[in-house]
Design a binder for this molecule. Sequence first.
Ligand code: MN
Length: 446
Amino acid sequence: MINISLVPLIKIYTMTWPIPISADSPFSLQNIPYGVYSTEADPSPRIGVPVGDDFVLNLRVISQSGCLNCGSTPYLEADSLNPFMEQTADVWKTVRAAILSALGSDMNPFPANALDKSSEVINHLPCTIGDYTDFYSSREHATNVGIMFRGKENALQPNWLHLPVGYHGRASSVYLTGGDVVRPSGQLQKDKDDPKQGSVYGACRLCDFELEMAVFVGGPENAPGSTVSMDGAMDRIFGFVVMNDWSARDIQKWEYVPLGPFGAKNWATTISPWVVTPMALEPFKCATSAGEQTNPVPLDYLKDPEYGSYDINLGVDIQSPAMSEPARVVTSNFKNLYWNVKQQLVHHSVTGCNMRAGDLLGSGTISGQTEDSFGSMLEQCWKGTKEVKVGDETRKFLKDGDTVFMTGLCQKEGYGNVGFGECKARVVPAGTKLVPGKGKGVWLSE
Ligand code: MN
């Protein structure tokens, strides 16, 4: 029996060719990012590519139909990006070229069920994240934090200009955009000025965001004991997301000596849904805000002959329950990172650490030189010494009910926009019980 109710839907979809892409869409043909999604009608997670604001390509259907003309692509039929991430950079290039070629056809080459409506898409975490590492690579952020906690004279630690400082984080608590995060409780210093007084248990009072981006590692794993060289680094980077590294500043202050952040950072990290490839970012290559690394010159293994970054406009907006729309708090740019992603990856593996497809490397808070570009509330309120304007409201750190929105967008004359989709989550009161949302990696208040 033919399901009559589906017929008009299919007609609408097949008539839409070429797929409409508005000039201001973050998902232009320059972009072609990858993510995992499902719909109410078809709840099985599959790999998708958003094209314009209205449609997402179902890569499982497209791969099975053989219309990509690039041979067998079983890795595009998986329910996560891991198998595709494990392929070589040459495969990533071939698939992108094939998708672009199909999208450029005079006639729609896709089967009728190859397009889903963006409005019906439920996003899932793009892959199983093996390991998560967070760096600390913005010179301005490290300097600001250093001045606040150690004074101007010792702002940057002696090692900072010699290597990309980082710590091993927690993969289990990396969540997808659109969920709630619970204000953490833990040990807080009893007297904030005198650690000798010991600690009390309580809810974090200094709840913060960190504006970051992150890369997903890809490509064949390097053998334990071997390293990723600067030459080969780009071929090990599958793509980029916007990331919020939620931080509990008071927990962090008490616990971090001498091994670095632990519980202050392990309770939540939120990422945007679509993974943007280095190929999409190619036209947006630019110098870093540091210009060159000459004082000191990095050791040979960390020297990048093509030292540079990407011009990605980043923003943080906050909306409280009383506000009718989000208000801008931070405006920054990815190029404000002193150590670039290649250097982070190379340094990560220099000791012989095997890097796996699906590993996530956070950039570190991306602060620039001007106050409006400081990428955390800690810096915005300068350690609690001033109020931060959020629309008509003010606060020093985040309040319960605050939704934090992060966005990344590349724009350049002659190229389509490249965006990442929203990285958004809401802080809910300590002790709130969360239940799984529809998308994998999304948790919501009960
Ligand atoms: Mn961080």
